[in-house]
Design a binder for this molecule. Sequence first.
Ligand SMILES: [Mg+2]
Length: 222
Amino acid sequence: MTRITAEQLVEILRTVARRIDEAREHLADLDGAIGDADHGRTMSEGFAAVVRDAQDAAHAGAGAADLLPIAARSFLDAVGATAGPLYASGFQEAGRRLAGRAELSDGDLLTLVAGLGDGIARRGKAVPGDKTMMDAFGPALRAIAAAEASDADVGAALGLAARAAAEGRDATRTMVASKGRAARLGTRSLGHVDPGAASAAIVIDALREAFEAIRAARGGRG
Ligand SMILES: [Mg+2]
């Protein structure tokens, strides 16, 4: 069975970091409408730190799952804003679920996404409808659970998760924020997409993109 090595997980994280960095201005604009406009910069810095430290650890011989608690600490250290402890908790939970795996199976990537979302949910105590990143992660995790229940392959599951996350992100436009800084705006948050949901949808779609690249590089095997 083909496995995902620590070096390949670094490449996956690098794809996430690139996609987030490409959206930096867009995320800043979204956050500027209902928050303090720092979301693009903080997310970009957070994932850049994750890639740097994960790469160093992989070069030093760390196993794939070992990179996840390292990512948690890197993200927390790099991001003082709300998203810092949230994604750190997500990486911690993903790391806990995959602990000990020197290499990951394709299906472990779904566990990684689920751990990320569940860790964020537990830490932030937000539920879908609160106009937060959980409005992207919640639908994505439900899509993954449904895909796993119907034995869909990993690429299909990630595709469904990415689509569900994007739909969840778009739905935040019609929500009133009840968590985080935007909650102070009350109904004035209506009409704006939540920046945390927007970045979460990018993270999930980037994971899909990165897995597709790995699959293509295998030359159609698996
Ligand atoms: Mg902000």
